[in-house]
Design a binder for this molecule. Structure first.
Ligand code: AMP
Length: 126
C-alpha cells in the first residue's frame, strides 16, 4: 500500500471535532484553520476533508471536485487573510511530504504563510 492513512493523526481528530481548531474557512471538501505554532502573521493550514496522506496522494487520487474545492478554499483564504496578489503583498504556499520533506502530520495540508517577507525559499541542515 503506497499511501497508508492513519485515522488517529491530529488533523483527522480536528476534522472529527475531537480536538478544537481555530477555523478560518470551510467548504464541502476542505477546511482551513490557523497553525497552532505560527511562523508568520498569517499561517493557515488548508486540508482536504478526505483521507489523503500527502500532496502526491491527493493529486493522484482525489476526484476533480475535491481538488477544485481544495484549491478554491486556498484562494479564498489568501484573499480573506489579505495576502492575495489582487489586494495584498503575496504569500508562500508550502506542502511537506514524507520523511525527506519533513512532514509531521500525515494528512495532506498546505501551509499558507504571509504578512511578512518570507526570505530564502529553503534553509537546509548541514
Ligand atoms: P508539517 O510539518 O508540514 O506536517 O506541518 C504540520 C503543522 O501542523 C505544523 O506547522 C504544526 O505547528 C501544525 N499543528 C500541529 N498540531 C496542530 C493543531 N492541533 N492545530 C493546528 N496546527 C497544528
Amino acid at each position: 500500500m503506497a499511501y497508508s492513512y492513519d485515522d488517529n493523526n491530529i488533523f483527522a481528530k480536528i476534522l472529527r471535532k475531537e480536538i478544537p481548531s481555530d477555523i478560518v474557512a470551510e467548504n464541502d471538501h476542505a477546511l482551513a484553520f490557523r497553525d497552532i505554532s505560527p511562523k508568520a502573521p498569517t499561517h493557515v493550514l488548508v486540508i482536504p476533508k478526505g483521507k489523503y496522506v500527502s500532496f502526491d496522494d491527493f493529486a493522484a487520487n482525489a476526484p476533480a471536485d475535491e481538488i477544485t474545492a481544495f484549491m478554491r478554499l486556498c484562494a479564498q483564504v489568501a484573499k480573506s487573510e489579505g495576502v492575495s496578489l489582487d489586494i495584498g503583498n503575496g504569500f508562500r504556499a508550502i506542502t511537506n511530504a514524507g520523511n525527506d520533506g519533513v512532514q509531521e502530520v500525515p494528512h495532506f495540508h498546505l501551509h499558507i504563510l504571509g504578512g511578512r517577507m518570507m526570505g530564502p525559499m529553503l534553509l537546509l541542515p548541514e
